[in-house]
Design a protein. Sequence first.
Length: 324
Amino acid sequence: MTASILRAGFLSSVQDLGRGGHRASGVSLGGALDPHGLAVANLMVGNAETAAGIEVTLGHFRIQFEDERVVCWAGGMFRVQVAGEEIRAGYPALVRAGEVLEMAAPQTGGRAWLALAGGVEVPLVLGSRATDLRSGFGGLEGRALRDGDRLRLGAATAMAGRLAQRIGHARMAPWRAPWDWASTKPVHPFLRIVRGAEWSQFAKETIEAHQIFRVSGRSDRMGVRLEGEPLRRMTGGEMISSAVAPGTLQVPPDGQPILLLGDCQTIGGYPKIAHVITVDLPATAQLFPGDEVRFAEVTLAEAQQLAIGRARDFQKFRIGLALQ
């Protein structure tokens, strides 16, 4: 069975949890810029958390289904409707054959992840279905979705069938994913960071929590460019390129930091002042031009405990859904 893209919007693409295990060969991780949000949405429709879904940027997206499907979405504050009925973030919903799901422009944030029962069945490339837009492979022909594209969908699981039966004549299930997992806007007025390898090369006051940066219009899936009072590096000289990852905060010579996202390169030669902690990465995917950003330092031990806590909660969530 297939789904038809009636309106692809500004930038929509097929994404899964990324292309892990190939960074040593220079292949970016890629995948959904909020892999946690996509994993949650996938579990809510009975998929494996690794299934491919659709990442939608800035809305104006319409998709029509050939057969009945359970769907769920997570992300910014979008308005999503099917046949005039609202589908809220984090709730499994039933879309019947021939119906159209519409996603309008968001009030805040800018990206959403749509999971479809059965997942999107595009070919695997290096173990992933994710679209690498810069390299031109993966996803649907290595490119963003276009109006008129048809996506092949996999067979829905037995769990998805049970979900559809429980939803019945209602549009939306009465249960949902945790609010802060489905509505991935920042829950703090700042992004929490741990110190990077070159932290000591910068003046102490340059990354205090009171300092405000603004997101530049030159941002993309590789990274969020920030503008503000330049970060002063106290030592000069060139650096040997070293590994970077999503969440790394690099500082080029002009002192205007770059917050790397999922499509970032695998190595970089700019100083790494800090890294956004794992549990705050979903909020970075919702940063768009004009947004304000602050940072607050936490210890590595605190960051690890937060990550362990979320992984523990996610495991409980997975088990709870299996018992539905």
